[in-house]
Design a protein around this ligand. Structure first.
Ligand code: NAD
Length: 259
């Protein structure tokens, strides 16, 4: 049974000390992050308390919706791009970059499409669901900036098109589309002896299988998330706290400074 902060497992500081000692003992660790690490940068998650799916239908992020109603699809993604474009990394992103820099973390596998891990200085980042800052032609694959596409949507009310006639769409993985980076993420997780989950409901598959793979191969699983997840029961430690204060506390416990 996992220990849980708030369920009789001791103080917050004590809990973070235990994460620090798990990180010290690990040879090859990987962080698996979700929308919850970016809420402190002002980006709403999907399934948390203020989640986007409380206001919008998840069908808007499906391939079939993009093909059926490209204008409404682009209105939705223009809104998402505008919410993400000005965001800057928060202490949680910076702490993971510092953990990598100090040799405590081998890689970050993220479900996020906001690009904030790389902006924070993380070097080995797998963006499982792509990155919203670029768009590509759904027909020939040629790449443009999403900013350019959003300008067309907002100023002219047009669906952005490529010179070849195909529709441009954000370079993100929509529901009903394959997760092309999954194999690379799987290889990293098979070699890892610790998965540090940060800010994910662990409900979107196949991405959420990554922590399960580490655990099934005998590795440790630490979950830092504001709400319960389906994997809590199998975790070695659950920290039910905000990502930024928890990760900042882990840096202090490892004595690698403030962020
Ligand atoms: P999710 O919305 O399903 O779950 C987010 C989890 O984070 C929730 O359980 C919530 O309790 C927790 N959380 C929220 N704020 C937190 C905080 N400050 N500290 C700790 N925990 C916090 O997100 P998911 O699991 O990443 O899966 C949803 C999909 O949403 C992903 O595929 C991703 O591509 C996409 N998404 C990305 C972004 C982004 O790029 N920033 C934003 C929204 C959704």
């Amino acid at each position: 049974m996992a220990d849980r902060r708030g369920l009789g497992s001791g103080s917050f500081a004590g809990c973070l000390e235990r994460v620090a000692s798990i990180l010290r003992a690990s040879r090859d660790s990987v962080a698996f992050t979700g929308a919850g690490i970016s809420t402190d940068s002002g980006i709403p998650d999907f399934r948390g308390r203020q989640g986007l799916w409380k206001r919008f239908d998840p069908r808007m992020a499906t391939r079939s919706f993009m093909l059926e109603d490209p204008r409404a699809f682009w209105e939705f993604y223009a809104m998402r791009f505008e919410a993400l474009a000005g965001a800057v990394p928060n202490p949680g992103h910076r702490a993971l970059a510092r953990l990598e820099g100090e040799g405590f973390l081998g890689a970050v596998i993220t479900q996020n499409i906001d690009g904030l891990h790389a902006k924070a200085g993380s070097r080995r980042v797998i963006e499982l669901h792509g990155n919203i800052m670029t768009s590509r032609c759904d027909h020939c694959g040629s790449v443009r900036s999403t900013e350019e596409c959003v300008r067309l949507v907002r100023v002219k009310g047009e669906v952005p098109r490529c010179g070849c006639g195909g529709m441009l769409r954000p370079s993100v993985v929509l529901f009903e589309e394959p997760v092309e980076m999954f194999e690379a993420a799987l290889r990293i997780s098979q070699e890892s002896d610790l998965c540090l989950v940060v800010g994910s409901s662990l409900t979107v598959y196949p991405a959420a299988a990554i922590p399960e793979v580490v655990k099934a191969a005998g590795g440790k699983l630490v979950i830092i998330n504001a709400d319960p997840t389906p994997l809590d029961e199998r975790a070695d430690l659950v920290v039910r706290e905000g990502a930024s204060p928890a990760l900042a506390g882990i840096l202090r416990a490892l004595e690698i400074g403030e962020i």
